[in-house]
Design a protein around this ligand. Structure first.
Ligand SMILES: Nc1ncnc2c1ncn2[C@@H]1O[C@H](COP(=O)(O)OP(=O)(O)OP(=O)(O)O)[C@@H](O)[C@H]1O
Ligand SMILES: [Mg+2]
Length: 326
């Protein structure tokens, strides 16, 4: 059994807003083992980005956010940690890539100087040694002419190349966990496929664990060993990739799979499931998918439990509780 890298226990992230308390993440639990590649999928507004930001403890403080529960990373709980302690972990043992590379890349500095800065902070590399490593990292993510590109500014690169440069920067500290929030969504399909292949190889070679967030089940099918399905701030199903595709249990997962584009093509956004993700303010009790669920029962007005129905396969749905109560 591979060792645990991160264990999330009953994580809740809430924002106090003028309109009320937004329970963006509402009691989720999962773990990622060392070197494991995990996909987090769900429709827009389900809480995927808030989950990622919570793991990095990067939720914008201006929004009166509160984080409850535990995020045990390599045996230490990040939730009560101060920023000074978190600096040791963030960007070093855990790093993140975003949908828009410009959130991570500063337009006024060259790509090389930004990677070199990270190398200086996290690995103590300086001068020529640092530049050499920056060029190596750019080459590692298949950027051609990396010895020239190292002196380019972000705007001199195409979207796909910028995305690669951001991956190079995220990998510069050799993190044990890389969290990626839809980093390929804006790219065209063939570039997306190249980046996914590259990340899979890098993760396998370096033993980097991944949490890959996406709308696109095709991407996680190719990239990840385990898939977590999220709906309205809660987890609804989690299983290894093969099991999830062959035996999806939750009606939400079933709907996602039915509507997902053909996996071989591995492209496109998921077409909508009738209805919308509910407003996460003042959620009524009970299963959150109930009003969109074709298999909804009376009991679904109560809260379904998150349970392991077969080894490694978790689901929260009354269809699978023995007495209809769970
Ligand atoms: N800073 C904030 N203040 C208040 N509400 C927020 C804040 N950030 C996110 N939310 C709310 O939390 C919920 C989850 O948002 P989140 O961005 O995590 O969704 P998502 O699954 O990443 O969606 P998408 O696929 O569109 O990126 C949404 O209802 C959103 O409006
Ligand atoms: Mg998001």
């Amino acid at each position: 059994m591979a060792e645990k890298l991160i264990k999330v226990e009953d994580l809740k992230t809430q924002f106090t807003t003028k309109r009320g308390l937004v329970k963006a993440v509402d009691g989720i639990s999962f773990e990622i083992k060392k070197g494991e590649r995990v996909g987090l999928v769900g429709e827009s507004g389900c809480g995927k980005s808030v989950t990622a930001l919570s793991l990095m403890k990067l939720v914008p403080a201006a929004h009166n956010e509160r984080v409850f529960g535990k995020i045990i990373f390599k045996g230490q709980d990040l939730v009560p940690m101060k920023d000074s302690q978190l600096k040791e972990i963030r960007g070093k043992q855990m790093s993140m890539i975003f949908q828009d590379p410009m959130t991570s890349l500063d337009p006024v500095f060259t790509i090389g100087s930004q990677i070199m800065e990270a190398l200086g902070i996290h690995q103590g590399l300086k001068g020529k040694e640092s530049k050499k490593r920056a060029i190596e990292l750019l080459a590692l993510v298949n950027i051609p002419s990396s010895e020239m590109v190292v002196d380019y500014y972000p705007h001199q690169l195409s979207g796909g190349m910028r995305q690669r440069a951001m991956i190079a920067m995220a990998l510069s500290c050799e993190p044990e966990l890389l969290i990626a929030d839809e980093p390929t969504t804006a790219l065209d399909v063939s570039i997306q496929a190249q980046i996914i292949k590259l990340v899979r190889e890098l993760s396998a070679n370096k033993g980097t664990a991944l949490l890959w967030i996406t709308h696109d089940l095709g991407i996680v099918a190719h990239l990840c060993e385990k898939i977590i399905v999220m709906y309205a701030g809660k987890l609804v199903e989690m299983a290894d990739t093969m099991t999830l595709f062959e035996n999806p249990m939750h009606p939400y997962t079933q709907a996602l799979l039915r509507l997902a584009p053909k996996l071989e093509r591995g492209k496109g956004r998921m077409p909508p499931i009738p209805g919308t993700v509910p407003n996460l303010i003042d959620m009524p009790p009970g299963c959150r998918f109930a009003d969109r669920c074709p298999k909804c029962m009376d009991v679904c007005s109560q809260e379904p439990q998150w349970m392991e129905v077969e080894p490694g396969h978790w689901v929260s749905c009354f269809l699978y509780s023995k007495d209809g109560k769970n």
